[in-house]
Design a protein. Structure first.
Lengths: 345, 360
């Protein structure tokens, strides 16, 4: 395909409206032609901002023959059903992470993509973030030798109310799924091999998590062959205002050296304000990913659809990230290490 | 109350010895009586004795003839701790015993028992308890100001001991028969104690991976990563070892990340430091090791006030057991139920802990 890829955005919530929709203006080979949300106000707002046509029922977007691909930014529990339907309608699919809530759903998505012979890409945006691609490049170049240990943290005060789908175990999957897949995919990407065991502890700290009976704080320890270790803390239970310049941390140990990144490194200025006190201003609209990362992610999807590139993250990779996140939650709930074999395809 | 506590330093095997000797000399209520050149680095011990103008003893018997000794600081190889604690207790002297308390749980239990029977103060110096930021966190947890503790992540990375720019030889650190283990034990044990201290609880379950990744064939282990769930539900993690490359600016990289229901604390440099850059070197150097002075002060005060020191031999034993439980978890791939595991480790020992002799 060499023509412009015509895209319908399904889901105009936080990530759809703020991260994905504006990205298309920076991708000449794609055109956002339709935007859809059951919330008509949101759909209209994004339509106005992008010049796309608003829809309130995604079936109407899928029914449009002039749409080549859909960009699914729905709550996690809707990912599989809408992706499968879209693939069966012959659309290429870019779907936000986490891939799905269950592995059965993820496998159905992979099968649907194969049967329809369409591109299925899960939006693991860290893989397109210049911070994390720079780290990957350094690893591939052998700058710190052979990777033996990764410590990762993604932590904040989740600003969404208790009825938001993020908190709910079967809708967003809580911290283990929503943030868990980010860290497990990063581990899998960096170690570039299959894991062996998963151990995790989970906590329900905030009232929102307790009410939803989902976890909002967790530590993970995932081992890879030769005893190599990945450790993570993921949390929505940090105090209000935490996050921003302190959100992410990444520390790597290799046989020849160490590599350390923290979001403090991306917030290189201190500001004292007579009203607000001390702050480290950040330079990105989003706390956890650069806007450029979303543009790169979507541009890559478009390139794959156009036959110009191979998927940098396959649906099987995304399934692995999900399987590890689910295994971590199983470990936390059942208080035992979980073998990769239990969740491997 | 004793106005001055007389202290002798036994052995310069441990790289900590010069720093503790300096803190003893500096302390207004401590008096350095003598230095004993026991085991490795006797020539450094001799030079230090000369520098401080105190008698240098080549044997323990020489030290026993001196008057004015109330207590000893042991900086020997850990394998010698049991023998030295037994000997000091026979003199009626209190013991500040550097970490790890011993190379085996058998010896650790014996040391605790010997000190109890002899009625001497036994303290193990774990630095984080006297690092000012960690102390601040502890006090804000105790006052309730910080709310409930949720989790503590600790980091402790150092360099391979034999890389130290020191006149002291450090090869013994690499031999687990002499030191008790490798890098995870050597520097991680401070943080294991700190996790337990901050959590104000005892470990319930430990899961860990420990191994040799970098200095293959040279060490027992150079890196370990542990997750501990305390009995009160607090989560602790530790990543520790001899993993800093030669190019790391300075020796140690220490971190504590503490989350409570009200606060998050990040301590990435517990010491008061400065940076030095030269044509071929970058170094971050601590200019105030308040922790060492605080540890010596606590030991001296406990003797003066005739009370238990803030860090006891039992604390030293449990920290060692946590490290060994991490070895066990790593070996089996299973979670170690700490209390039951420790009881099983100590039970067969109860008959052999009565004397200072190492069992055959």
């Amino acid at each position: 395909m060499t023509s412009i890829v015509r895209v319908g955005l399904i889901g105009c919530g936080n990530i759809g409206a703020r991260a994905h929709a504006p990205a298309y203006a920076h991708i000449p080979s794609a055109q956002l032609v339709a935007v859809c949300d059951v919330n008509t106000t949101r759909a209209h707002a994004v339509a106005r901002a992008t010049g796309a046509t608003p829809y309130f029922d995604y079936h109407e977007v899928l029914a449009r023959d002039d749409i080549d691909a859909v960009d699914i930014c729905l709550p996690t529990y809707l990912h599989a059903a809408v992706s499968v339907e879209a693939l069966r309608q012959g659309k290429h699919v870019l779907c936000e992470k986490p891939m799905a809530v269950t592995l059965e759903e993820a496998d159905a998505m992979i099968t649907a993509a194969r049967e329809a012979n369409r591109v299925l890409m899960i939006g693991h945006v860290r893989r397109f973030d210049p911070r994390y691609t720079t780290v990957k490049h350094a690893l591939v170049q052998g700058e710190i030798g052979h990777l033996v240990h990764v410590r990762r943290a993604e932590r904040q005060h989740l600003p969404f109310p208790g009825d938001a789908w993020y908190w709910h175990p079967h809708a967003g999957g809580g911290i283990f799924l929503d943030i868990g897949v980010h860290v497990t995919d990063l581990f899998h990407w960096y170690f570039a091999t299959e894991p062996e065991t998963i151990f995790a502890l989970g906590r329900q700290i905030r009232p929102e998590a307790q009410a939803a009976r989902s976890f909002d704080h967790a530590v993970l320890l995932i081992t890879f062959p030769d005893g190599r270790i990945a450790q993570a803390e993921i949390s929505w239970a940090y105090p209000p205002h935490f996050g921003r310049s302190q959100y992410a941390l990444l520390e790597l140990i290799g046989t020849q050296g160490r590599l350390v990144y923290s979001d403090r490194d991306a917030a290189p200025m201190l500001v004292y304000d007579s009203n607000d006190g001390l702050d480290l201003p950040t330079y990105f609209r989003f706390m956890s990913a650069l806007e450029e990362a979303f543009v790169a992610e979507i541009a890559h999807f478009i390139a794959v659809v156009r036959g110009e590139a191979e998927l940098l993250i396959t649906p099987e990779d995304a399934r692995t990230a999900l399987a590890l996140a689910i295994a971590a939650e199983t470990s936390a709930r059942e208080q035992r290490p979980v073998s990769w074999q239990e969740v491997a395809p | 109350m004793k106005d001055t506590v007389g202290l002798a330093v036994i052995s310069y095997a441990h790289l900590h010895a010069p720093r503790y000797t300096a803190a003893i000399v500096e302390h207004p209520h401590a008096r350095l009586v003598a230095i004993v050149g026991y085991g490795e680095n006797a020539e450094v011990a001799r030079a230090e004795a000369q520098r401080y103008g105190v008698p240098y003893c080549t044997t323990l018997d020489d030290l026993a003839t001196l008057s004015g000794v109330d207590a000893v600081y042991l900086a020997s190889e850990p394998k010698d701790h049991r023998h030295l604690v037994a000997w000091a207790s026979e003199q009626g002297w209190h013991v500040l015993c550097d970490k790890p308390i011993a190379t085996t749980l058998t010896d650790a239990a014996a040391i605790v028992h010997i000190a109890q029977q002899a009625g001497i103060k036994l303290m193990v110096p774990f630095n984080p308890r006297y690092q000012l930021p960690v102390q601040r966190i502890k006090s804000e947890l105790e006052s309730g100001e910080a709310g409930e503790l949720i989790a503590v992540n600790a980091l402790k990375y150092g360099k391979l001991p034999v890389w130290a720019q020191s006149p002291q030889r450090a090869e013994w650190f690499l031999d687990p028969a002499r030191s008790g283990g490798g890098g995870f034990l050597d520097i991680g044990i401070h943080a294991l104690d700190a996790l337990r201290w901050l959590s104000n609880s005892d470990p319930a379950r430990i899961y860990a991976r420990v191994g040799t990744y970098i200095h293959t064939g040279q060490v027992a282990e150079d890196l370990g990563t542990l997750v501990v769930e305390f009995a009160n539900g607090v989560i602790g993690t530790l990543s520790a070892g001899w993993v800093n490359p030669q190019g790391f600016p300075g020796w140690l990289d220490i971190g504590f990340e503490v989350l409570t229901t009200r606060r998050a604390y990040h301590v990435y440099s517990p010491y008061h430091s400065l940076s030095i850059y030269t044509q071929d070197r970058a170094e971050r150097r601590a200019w105030w090791r308040r922790d060492v002075y605080g540890l010596v002060d606590e030991f001296v005060s406990a003797i003066q006030e005739d009370r238990d020191p803030a860090i006891t031999g039992e604390d030293g034993l449990i920290a060692l057991a946590m490290a060994f439980a991490a070895y066990e978890s790593s070996r089996t791939g299973q979670v170690v139920e700490f209390k039951e595991w420790l009881q099983r480790q100590l039970k067969p020992l109860s008959s052999s802990t009565r004397t200072g002799e190492t069992p055959p």
